[in-house]
Write a protein that binds this ligand. Structure first.
Ligand SMILES: Cc1cc2nc3c(=O)[nH]c(=O)nc-3n(C[C@H](O)[C@H](O)[C@H](O)COP(=O)(O)O)c2cc1C
Length: 324
């Protein structure tokens, strides 16, 4: 077993970690090496005070980045053992990773790792083709493998109930000027290393749409370019809703997203019903289950698209200053 991770290893795996999704592509994470361990922290300067007052979104994003880190280390033959929130006095530290017994990566780790660079949020209409039962099962297994749950909504009743809760949460959020100002501030019409490129924003919402689309300055729609009539909607959740549960949910989210990518599927995230407390409770009740919903998703076969930009990895690393 190696004594500790090196700066070179950290730099290599952090460049995979930053491919994780984050609210408005804020990329709210920092990475450092401490006593041979890799530590991942929430970057408090990149939290969204109006959209994410509790820090849920930043912890979900860091959980997703942590899953990529674990995969990248495993695929390099240097898997890590992970402690979540290792320092009670410093709750921003999401995880500490130290070297575990070296082993070969599993085929699943290899294929999920291969999907990291191909995954992106696809907000455009999907093809109407149904997602086969075997793939649905794999998506549920992916969430369970990371101690999460994934509810795939079956039937128009369940999908309509989700849609109604999501649309009303969307309206609540859009009435808050601070929330709207934050959303608009993160739309990018010029090349940028963070924020949501207008081209990735998906088409503008229309009154007939079943699901709400967060407005990221997307293009107008040609007449008749509607969304798929029967979307596959999923809700990902965790057992509880502590900060640790949210990091666990972020890892489960990323495993589901990479499993979907590996299966040739596209996903867009719908978190409005998670961000409004009353809507989240209504969603939990409509699912009729214990635990806490942490993310809504639309899953299907999408048109090709491109990954969104990320900041250069040296902007998110806190490395010791070399002694002269
Ligand atoms: C916690 C969280 C909530 C999100 N909520 C939404 C959402 O409601 N609508 C949406 O279109 N995208 C949502 N996203 C996706 C981000 O906008 C997206 O990950 C980010 O812009 C980076 O783009 P990428 O996913 O293509 O890499 C969310 C992502 C995270 C991690």
């Amino acid at each position: 077993m190696t004594i500790g991770f090196t700066v070179e290893q950290l730099t290599a795996v952090a460049s995979d970690a930053v491919r994780a999704p984050s609210l408005h592509n804020t990329q709210p994470w920092r990475f450092r090496l401490r006593d041979g361990g890799i530590e991942l922290s929430v970057d408090p300067l990149r939290r969204l005070p109006a959209t994410d007052p509790s820090g849920w979104g930043a912890r979900m994003a860091c959980g997703a980045a942590l899953f990529n880190l674990r995969l990248a280390l495993a695929v390099a033959g240097t898997p890590a053992s992970v402690r979540l929130r290792p320092y009670p006095a410093d709750p921003n530290v999401v995880a500490r990773l130290v070297p575990d017994v070296p082993r070969r990566p599993t085929p699943i780790e290899q294929s999920l790792y291969g999907a990291i660079g191909r995954r992106f949020s696809n907000r455009a209409p999907f093809w109407p083709d149904p997602v086969p039962a075997e793939v649905r099962w794999r998506l549920g297994e992916a969430a369970r493998a990371e101690e999460g749950w994934l509810e795939l909504l079956i039937g128009t009743g369940a999908v309509n109930a989700f849609a109604e809760i999501a649309r009303s949460a969307h309206r609540v959020l859009e009435r808050d000027p601070a929330y709207v100002a934050e959303r608009v501030a993160w739309i990018r019409s010029e090349p940028s290393s963070d924020g949501v490129p207008a081209a990735a924003g998906g088409p503008q919402g229309e009154p007939q749409d079943l699901l709400p689309q967060r407005g990221f300055g997307g293009r107008n729609r040609a007449p008749g370019r509607d969304f798929e009539p029967e979307p596959l909607v999923a809700v990902l959740g965790s057992a509880g809703n502590t900060a640790t549960d949210q990091i666990i949910a972020g890892q489960a989210l990323q495993r589901v997203l990479l499993t979907a990518t590996d299966a040739g599927l596209s996903v867009s995230m719908i978190s409005q019903p998670i961000e409004v407390p009353g809507a989240r409770e209504a969603l939990r009740l409509s699912l009729g289950r214990f635990g806490t919903p942490q993310m809504g998703m639309r899953i299907g076969y999408g048109q090709p698209g491109a990954a969104t930009p990320r900041r250069p990895v040296d902007e998110v690393l806190d490395l010791p200053v070399a002694q002269a």
